[in-house]
Design a protein around this ligand. Structure first.
Ligand SMILES: *Cc1c(COP(=O)(O)O)cnc(C)c1O
Length: 220
C-alpha cells in the first residue's frame, strides 16, 4: 500500500515539488518500504526517534526535522540532518549554528511563520523575521543557511481559510526573496501542505509538502 500511496501522491504533484514523507511514529519496515519504492526524503518531529531511524536506515536518506525543536537537543541531529523546518527563535538558530560549527557543516534551515488562526502553533510574525534578519546577532551566524520558509495552516475544513493562510506565507516568501535574500539563490523553499491540504498548498506555491498519514496510514 505504501508504494501505491507514494505513486498516487507523486503523480498529483508538479515535478519540482519535493515530497517529504512524514514517518513519525511509524515503524522501520514502513520506512524501508517507502525507501524501496524510491523515496529518499523523510520527516520526523522527535529528535530521539529521528536519530534512531537515521542509525538504522540507509545513509542516502535526507532527514528533515519538521517539528518543534528544543535548543538542547540540536546536538543529536546536527551531524546528519538535511533540513530543519521549524526554526522559530534566534536562540534556536544560534544553537544550530554552534552545533553546525562543531560538525564542520552548514545546516540548512527554514523560518517557521505563524500563519494559522490558532495561538497554539509556533512561529514568527513577518515583522519579527525582518528584525531578526537585520540584526547583528544574525549576521554572525555563518554555519546556518536560511533556505526558505515554513508554515502550518489552521486545522479546519474551510478550504478558503487554508488557502488564504498559504497565500500569506507565499507572499512573505516573495517579500523576503525580493529584499533580504535578493542575492541569495538558495533562498527557494516554501514548505507548506500536509495530507489534508497539500493540493491547496501546491496551488498557492508550495515547493515542499510534508505528507504523513496519506502515505503511511492513520497516526499510530
Ligand atoms: C505530522 C506532521 C505532518 C504530516 O501530517 P499528516 O496530516 O499526517 O500528513 C506535517 N507537518 C508537520 C509539522 C507535522 O507535525
Amino acid at each position: 500500500m505504501i508504494k501505491e500511496n507514494l505513486n498516487r501522491i507523486k503523480s498529483s504533484l508538479p515535478e519540482q515539488v519535493q515530497l517529504v514523507a512524514v514517518s513519525k511514529t511509524k515503524p522501520l519496515p514502513f520506512l524501508q518500504e517507502a525507501y524501496d519504492a524510491g523515496q529518499r526524503h523523510f520527516g520526523e518531529n522527535r529528535v530521539q526517534e529521528l536519530a534512531e531511524k537515521f542509525e538504522a536506515l540507509p545513509k542516502d536518506i535526507h532527514w528533515h526535522m519538521i517539528g518543534h525543536l528544543q535548543s538542547k537537543k540540536v546536538k543529536y541531529i546536527a551531524p546528519f540532518v538535511h533540513l530543519i523546518h521549524g526554526v522559530d527563535s534566534l536562540k534556536l538558530l544560534e544553537e544550530i549554528n554552534k552545533q553546525a560549527l562543531k560538525n564542520e557543516r552548514i545546516i540548512d534551515c527554514l523560518l517557521q511563520f505563524h500563519i494559522a488562526n490558532e495561538d497554539t502553533k509556533f512561529g514568527f510574525s513577518f515583522e519579527e523575521v525582518v528584525e531578526l534578519l537585520g540584526s547583528a546577532d544574525f549576521y554572525q551566524l555563518k554555519n546556518v543557511r536560511i533556505v526558505g520558509v515554513m508554515g502550518m495552516a489552521t486545522f479546519t475544513d474551510d478550504a478558503k481559510i487554508v488557502r488564504q493562510e498559504f497565500a500569506t506565507l507565499a507572499n512573505y516568501f516573495s517579500l523576503l526573496k525580493n529584499n533580504q535574500f535578493k542575492f541569495a539563490p538558495y533562498f527557494s523553499e516554501i514548505s507548506m501542505g500536509m495530507s489534508g491540504d497539500y493540493l491547496i498548498a501546491v496551488e498557492e506555491g508550495s515547493t515542499m509538502v510534508r505528507v504523513g498519514s496519506s502515505i503511511f496510514g492513520g497516526r499510530s
